[in-house]
Design a protein around this ligand. Sequence first.
Ligand code: IMP
Ligand code: MG
Length: 193
Amino acid sequence: MSKKVDLNAYGQLADDISHVIISPDELHQRITEIGAAITQDYANRNPIFIGVLKGVVFFMADLLRTLPFHVEVDFMAVASYDPSARQRGVVRLEKDLNIPIENRHVIFVEDMIDTGLTLNYLLRSLRARQPATLEICALFNKPRRRLIDIPIKYKGFDLPNRFVVGYGLDYREKYRHLPFIGQLKADVLPSDD
Ligand code: IMP
Ligand code: MG
């Protein structure tokens, strides 16, 4: 894979990045392929794309702009309860959908599926609203961390079990706007990460 990214172009952000794992070109190419697969399956079905704020907005924006047919998009926002609820994936909806999804074709878009606990909880809530179909599209996947089996219909990249940032993924709310996936330098992360 080509990693031709000039980190010097990213100013103070670059100081915290040890190396680039996925370049902007590689992201763009894979997202174009995912868009083509979705187009094959969904053209003329007017699907609704649903994402959870905030990490997914970068992927959602780039993915939808590859699609040559009518779609709708909506977002949810969640907040975690206390740590024990979090370990079970239980979250509180801070912002629900604006568009009803009953009898609609829904594509749930995720930036990263890690343990899968949060996603599993949200999928149950969405299924209860009886969409016609519900499929999952995830740009990044950490299969070794998965605790719950989740069928991913459209998948971008499998990642090793390392903490990465960029293209929507944050560390303490920062680095989301990097246009590549990068590894943080060890001294930026707490030692238990
Ligand atoms: P889970 O699947 O419920 O464990 O939650 C996945 C969420 O964990 C993602 O949406 C990210 O917010 C976060 N996450 C997991 N791995 C990373 C990473 O390497 N960098 C940044 N965020 C991550
Ligand atoms: Mg997230």
